[in-house]
Design a protein around this ligand. Structure first.
Ligand code: FES
Ligand SMILES: [Fe+2]
Length: 466
């Protein structure tokens, strides 16, 4: 038997036609090193929310890939994202999680930076540097592009990446499901409480594919479903939607974003929710009525777990949260979870939601602890010399996705599998790994932005009338 050589990424590890993906992409150290460069240094990543830095001088220390970054608001109210590393010898210039400051002063030799990133203080500038250091050359390293979308701050290190909205493509309506108000007003979300952070011993792709739309793993939540911690009466948190609507897997091809979504019937009101509190239930009933009135058919979409490539995971309804799977080496992930509410939600409702969110999510939450048992053990059991020779199976629903899906007059963008009966498919995971493999193989954004070539080709075919 030939002995395989250890090596990094190569074509064929992600074989979507056969529905097979090698375990190497989860456990191989060299592939991990390559993906930091090819995926994380080129894609748009979620950094934080503007409500975390309301005033000039406010900062929140976040992460892009493995690297620490500072999200801050300068004296002119502009938002910035800087690499949290001093230009002199690389010391972290900010060692707090969040706060407010007029300058970031490096603890090592004392260089200091203003909140717009300029190097403003150099100890012994006249004596030691003979006043010759060109300070304008040594400001903090800033991201190449930043975009504030309805309060959420996204950034990329790659100046050649498309704009954030082009990067999102048709997925934007699913991001809106978490950021717009429950009553249909645009961009009402704010962060509730702090950011939940914890480490899990698995590759970041385990939670990323789970939140892409793994509705096959419901058996893992059987005990909690029986205990009935859903906020809408007994059973799961989404039983009511499932009873009356369609459950879909929606994938945006060429972008790598995907989600589960429910579509409610045209002529039925949305199902009641948060029935354990009459005040909260009444609040959401009123919001949903408003949303139907202002958004029409679009309000029939009910958000469910989804993933913006590569690491931002959405859970737009119950609980309403956004998570990021920060890679911390090939065998460890740091999860950060932000919780959202509409900013003018009554205090009593916010308090009820805060308790529900904590009860549901995170390492001590009723559901995520069972998810983590799966990811952690699956990763460990896939690392062995023998184990990694055997690919995972991604055959479910292969070839079943359709374009131009419509139900009761509402058209859904992207490629769709209706899983109301089937319960699940692995189309979202195939969409995620197709995009991941494209990032690993493509040398430029000219290759990665394949939709631009399709647009150009379509324009060339269009008749030029007189
Ligand atoms: S490392 Fe920051 S001043 Fe030297
Ligand atoms: Fe789960």
């Amino acid at each position: 038997m030939a002995i395989a050589r250890a090596e990094g990424y190569r074509e064929g590890l992600v074989d979507l036609a056969a529905g097979r993906i090698s375990r190497e992409i989860f456990v191989n150290d060299e592939i991990y090193r390559q993906e930091l460069e090819r995926v994380f240094a080129r894609s748009w990543l979620f950094v934080g929310h503007e409500s975390q830095i309301p005033s000039p001088g406010d900062f929140f220390v976040s992460s892009m890939g493995e690297e620490s970054v500072i999200l801050c608001r300068d004296r002119a109210h502009q938002i910035h994202v800087f690499l949290n590393s001093c230009r002199h010898r690389g010391m972290k210039v900010c060692r707090y999680d969040e706060g407010s400051t007029p300058v970031f002063t490096c603890p090592y030799h004392g260089w200091s930076y203003s909140t717009d990133g300029k190097l403003v203080g150099v100890p012994y500038f006249r004596e030691a540097y003979r006043s010759k250091l060109e300070r304008s050359q040594w400001g903090l390293v800033e991201v190449a592009q930043l975009y504030n979308y309805k309060g959420t701050v996204w950034a990329t290190w790659d100046p050649a990446a498309p704009s954030f909205l082009e990067y999102l493509g048709d997925f934007v309506i699913f991001l809106d499901l978490i950021l717009d108000g429950r009553d249909g007003r645009e961009g009402q979300a704010e962060v509730l409480g702090g950011v939940e952070k914890w480490l899990i011993p698995c590759n970041w792709k385990f939670p990323a594919e789970n939140f892409s739309g793994d509705s096959y793993h419901n058996i893992s939540h059987r005990s909690v479903d029986l205990a009935g911690i859903g906020p809408s009466g007994s059973g799961r948190r989404d039983t009511a939607e499932l009873m009356i609507g369609r459950k879909l897997h929606v994938c945006i091809p060429d972008r790598g974003h995907q989600t589960i979504v429910y579509v409610l019937p045209k002529d039925l009101p949305p199902p009641p929710t948060y029935q354990h509190s009459s005040v909260v239930s009444e609040y959401f009933r009123h919001c949903e009525e408003e949303r139907r009135r202002t958004r029409g058919d679009q309000a029939r979409l009910m958000g469910a777990p989804g993933e913006i490539f590569p690491t931002a995971a959405l859970l737009p309804r119950q609980p309403r949260t956004l998570a990021v799977w920060h890679p911390r080496g090939p065998h460890q992930t740091e999860v950060w979870r932000w919780f959202f509410v509409d900013r003018d939600t009554p205090a009593e409702v916010k308090n009820f939601l805060r308790e529900y969110y904590i009860r549901y999510s995170g390492p001590a939450g009723m559901t995520e602890q069972d998810d983590m048992e799966n990811w952690n053990y699956a990763h460990a059991a896939s690392r062995g010399t023998i184990a990694r020779r055997h690919p995972y199976c991604y055959e479910m629903g292969l070839g079943c996705a359709v374009e131009d899906y419509k139900w009761e007059g509402l058209r859904i963008p992207g490629r769709v599998i209706d899983i109301t009966q089937a319960q699940s498919s692995e189309e979202p995971m195939r969409n995620l790994y197709r995009r991941w493999a494209q990032f690993m193989e493509a040398d430029s954004w000219a290759e990665l932005a394949s939709w631009r070539r399709a647009d150009t080709a379509a324009a060339a075919l269009r008749p030029t009338g007189t």
